[in-house]
Design a protein around this ligand. Structure first.
Ligand code: HEC
Length: 139
């Protein structure tokens, strides 16, 4: 009996020590997503960037997405309140891996049954679209 208690204590110690240690240096993929973007600097709204992003969005994204209503894909009004900027840019730049690995994106795929595909945008384009999204409220 004593041995069992001792064993349990030792095992708990290892679980806490290992779990705690690795979590600290692990990147938070659930918050930030999977892809090339690990940090986005957000400042006051940059109106020129908003205009650029809006144009790219209208050309490359509106076949599936609307801002105010769900369509082939989820509506994107208010997306910056629901998701981190890094998640949003990773989804734009790296949808295939996001759909495969991110639990929330996987759920969306199950719901919409359409896999989002990469739309040939650059990092700068994705940043501009993010700026545009910052001005799109959830209505
Ligand atoms: C072929 C249709 C299609 C196109 C084109 C498309 N998407 Fe998507 N998008 C989807 C679908 C469907 C989802 C939900 C996840 C899934 O099923 O892949 C999604 C998910 C997203 C998400 C995550 C939403 C959330 O709540 O997590 C963002 C952000 C996004 N798309 C942005 C864009 C942007 C920006 C573009 C244009 C560069 C774009 N999408 C082009 C279909 C598309």
């Amino acid at each position: 009996m004593k041995k069992l208690i001792l064993f349990t204590i030792v095992m708990m110690f290892f679980l806490i020590a290992c779990g705690g240690g690795s979590k600290e240096d692990e990147f938070d993929h659930i918050k930030y997503g999977f892809g090339p973007i690990t940090k986005v600097d957000i400042g006051p709204i940059d109106q020129a960037l908003v205009e650029k992003g809006k144009k790219i969005f209208e050309i490359k994204c509106t076949a599936c997405h609307k801002i105010e209503t769900r369509y082939v894909a989820p509506k994107l009004g208010g997306i910056t309140k629901r998701r981190a900027p890094e998640y949003i840019m990773n989804m734009i730049l790296n949808p295939a891996e996001m759909i495969q690995k991110h639990p929330e994106t996987k759920k969306l795929l199950a719901e919409y049954s359409v896999p989002m595909t990469f739309q040939n945008v650059t990092k700068d384009d994705a940043r501009a679209i993010l700026e545009y999204f910052r001005t799109c409220e959830d209505k």
